[in-house]
Design a protein around this ligand. Structure first.
Ligand SMILES: Cc1cc2nc3c(=O)[nH]c(=O)nc-3n(C[C@H](O)[C@H](O)[C@H](O)COP(=O)(O)OP(=O)(O)OC[C@H]3O[C@@H](n4cnc5c(N)ncnc54)[C@H](O)[C@@H]3O)c2cc1C
Length: 383
């Protein structure tokens, strides 16, 4: 797919930012579990925090294909940081797309600069893949709702200023779920009843926190509800279409980085008196990695284009791309580690971090099994 001059410029800007502001520090952020909020705000300065939001409220007015080009480059700098930015973009877009004029004016400009940081709250301890079975409830009482329940695995929780929360306002089906904008504080006062768990100890994604978020009689004004009652699950799923593209783009960037490192290492390391890239086994592995990476990129760009034109089957394309690209990305990163031999297992070589960071992309924003459920459902529904 030929990129336009503007897309090439955006790609180059993201690449330069990742090379200068992220890549030199990614290993340290992982080791010290540092969430580089200041770097995220600099990325926001380039328009990367509200990529496909309208320009009216400070968004960049770009498309989904532009978005995946950006996230592929940023994740070559730091996968965990780029992936968090993807979640922030998803929340910002949900408010920009489904919010009222007042909500958009109030929240989007400050989310676009990352003066405010956003988290997405869908998963609960008892409902992951079956997200519509959530128990968190929002009960209306005059001009406000009272929220009770808890969310699990929330990226950015504790640090984020704004929580896009899906909660039950009606019956036990997906149509009984609404979405709310819940601020961590307002007018300098912490939101009463909103609490965060300890930072989870994780295999990867260490440069961003993951915590539970709990609601104990949290008062949320009616004007903070996104859209009408009952529309929350649909908004959450629409957000995830784009989220899945971006998570896949982060796998692509991480895998490209791992492959680049493997090519370089294979040209430097000698065993049995020859460079290891003289062995056909290494050459074939590199050839397969390159082929699978290019195939993954093509599918991802196709899926992003389907969402850009709002194709009726865009959700299926996003699910296919998320499943294929994140599986391919993890395999390529793991093969790159193998080419590095024992050195690949050492932190200093950077490849083991890529393997750890990419693994979760096969699990979150819908597991890759659930991606197959979505694809198969769309095929059998029309058969
Ligand atoms: C680091 C991290 C960050 C996260 N960030 C966020 C966040 O910011 N916001 C948020 O809301 N959530 C977040 N999540 C949650 C994530 O989206 C869920 O973990 C994921 O959706 C899976 O849910 P689960 O963990 O409950 O697994 P389960 O749903 O219990 O699944 C367990 C296994 O069963 C399989 N399975 C379940 N149902 C089916 C089925 N119908 N057919 C076939 N197989 C099935 C799954 O594929 C999986 O292999 C995060 C998770 C992690 C690990």
């Amino acid at each position: 797919m030929a990129l336009t001059d503007e897309q090439l410029m955006i790609q180059e800007a993201a690449h330069r930012f990742a090379s200068e502001q992220m890549r030199p520090f990614a290993g340290e952020w992982d080791e010290t579990k540092h969430f580089p909020v200041e770097v995220l705000r600099e990325a926001a300065g380039l328009g990367f925090a509200a990529i496909y939001c309208g320009e009216e409220h400070g968004g960049s007015g770009l498309g989904r294909l532009d978005g995946v080009l950006i996230f592929e480059q940023l994740s070559r700098g730091c996968i965990a940081t780029a992936a968090f930015l993807s979640i922030h973009n998803m929340c910002t877009w949900m408010i920009d797309r489904f919010g009222s004029a007042d909500q958009r004016g109030q929240w989007v400009p400050r989310l676009a600069t990352m003066e405010l940081i956003a988290s997405y709250c869908l998963t609960e301890p008892g409902s992951g893949s079956d997200a519509a079975a959530m128990k968190t409830r929002a009960v209306r009482n005059g001009d406000h709702y009272v929220l009770n329940g808890s969310k699990a695995f929330i990226s950015g929780a504790g640090t984020s200023d704004v929580y896009v929360v899906m909660a039950r306002t009606g019956d036990e089906t997906a149509r009984g779920i609404s979405a709310f904008i819940v601020p961590k504080s307002s007018e300098g006062h912490a939101t009463e009843g909103l609490a965060f768990g300890a930072n989870e100890k994780k295999m990867g994604w260490n440069a961003q926190p993951t915590r539970t978020v709990s609601f104990d009689n949290v008062i949320v004004p009616v004007e903070n509800r996104l859209g009408a009652e009952g529309e929350g699950f649909r908004f959450a799923m629409k957000g995830l279409d784009g989220g899945r593209l971006n998570i896949a783009a982060c796998s692509l960037g991480g895998a490209q980085d791992a492959l680049d490192r493997a090519v370089q290492y294979a040209g430097e390391r000698s065993q049995f008196g020859r460079k290891i890239n003289d062995f056909q086994a290494t050459q074939f592995k590199l050839a397969d990695m390159e082929t699978e990476l290019c195939a993954a990129r093509s599918l991802l760009h196709e899926a992003a284009s389907a969402l850009d034109v709002q194709a009726p089957d865009a959700t299926k394309w996003c699910a296919m791309a998320k499943r294929f690209v994140t599986d391919a990305g993890s395999k390529i990163a793991n093969d790159a580690l193998q080419i590095h031999g024992g050195y690949g297992y050492l932190h200093d070589y950077g490849v083991e971090r890529i393997v750890r960071d990419l693994r979760v992309h096969q699990i979150l924003e819908g597991t890759n099994e659930i991606m197959r459920v979505i694809v198969a459902r769309s095929m059998t529904a029309t058969a």
